[in-house]
Design a protein around this ligand. Structure first.
Ligand SMILES: C[S@@+](CC[C@H](N)C(=O)[O-])C[C@H]1O[C@@H](n2cnc3c(N)ncnc32)[C@H](O)[C@@H]1O
Length: 285
């Protein structure tokens, strides 16, 4: 069997045991499989087969000598790819159809600030895109409330990168030039930190380590971004649980944003689609 076939076979066996969905990993399988092969070498076993033998006989969640290895495998399966203004159509619809309405509803006008949650925020590309866009619109409209964004991820290493807020150029390639110059200063000669976010944009974004499967880090959010995480990588049950958590945390009239290649799990949900991208849903209750 080829190495790719071995990789696919291993992931198809292991991912469902972690509550994860093989189809979500198809494109990124080699990123994960390279880590698994490195781990197999580290623990002195031969390839995917040897690593599977190591895991077998010790199911995830069952205490025992290899339960820790399943945790380790889950960590190896992490995908943190992101970029600013990812899924341009979603941000354009947010700008036109959602953000003005959130800022202008009578309840919002009485509030000093609104709350948004970026769940699985990676290195900050998503929450900072939102903060840049909100700032631009707020400046144009004058009377918008402040937007405070809770940026959560289960990986503390990524949250340190959110706080450092320095990015390579490739991460910003989709960002409209006006937002790029509004938000960043250039530092040539430091490719990994070529662009640094201006400090004033950091203050509205707070980071918390949190696993989205374990509940929400708060309530009364008017906007929740759960993109390229639950509805790509979690199995059906995990997706439904994540959606229930989100719905409990989202205000009536608030909006859920999902990824451009994602769809909601089957079921009847109190959500109404907004716009034409299929990525925005208003909480109907
Ligand atoms: C592919 S990135 C998506 C980043 C961003 N939301 C976007 O769409 O560009 C997925 C992120 O979710 C995080 N993540 C994975 N599982 C998680 C979980 N159970 N709870 C919270 N974050 C998780 C990963 O660490 C990673 O930063």
């Amino acid at each position: 069997m080829s190495r790719d076939a071995d990789c696919v076979q291993f992931l198809q066996w292991a991912l469902p045991r972690l509550g994860l969905r093989w189809a979500g990993f198809w494109r990124v399988r080699w990123q994960v499989c390279r880590r698994i092969l490195a781990r197999a070498r580290e623990v002195g076993v031969e390839g995917f087969g040897g690593y599977r033998d190591l895991l077998e006989g010790e199911e995830p969640g069952v205490p025992g000598s290899r339960a820790g290895e399943w945790k380790r495998l889950e960590f190896l399966c992490r995908i943190s790819i992101s970029r600013f203004y990812r899924d341009r159509g979603t941000w354009q619809e947010l700008e036109k159809l959602v953000l003005p309405e959130l800022a202008g509803t009578s309840g919002s006008r009485e509030k000093a600030y609104l709350r948004a949650w970026s769940a699985g925020c990676a290195s900050g590309e998503e929450p900072y895109t939102l903060t840049l866009l909100w700032d631009e619109l707020r400046e144009a409209h004058g009377d918008w409330p402040e937007l405070r964004i809770l940026a959560t991820d289960r990986d503390p290493h990524l949250l340190r990168r959110v706080r450092a807020s320095a990015y390579p150029e490739a991460t910003l390639k989709d960002l409209p030039p006006a937002l790029k110059s509004r938000g960043f200063t250039r530092h040539p000669g430091t490719p990994e930190a070529h662009y640094r976010l201006r400090p004033s944009f950091r203050s509205g974004v707070h980071t918390v380590v949190a696993d989205v499967r374990e509940g929400s880090p708060g309530r009364s959010f008017v906007l929740i971004l759960l993109r390229n995480l639950a509805f790509t990588y979690f199995d059906e049950e995990g997706q439904r649980r994540a959606l229930e958590i989100v719905l409990n945390a989202l205000e009536p009239g608030g909006v859920l944003v999902i990824g451009g290649h994602e769809s909601l799990p089957e079921g009847t949900w109190p959500l109404e689609p907004v716009g034409r991208q299929g990525t925005l849903y208003r909480h109907a209750h």
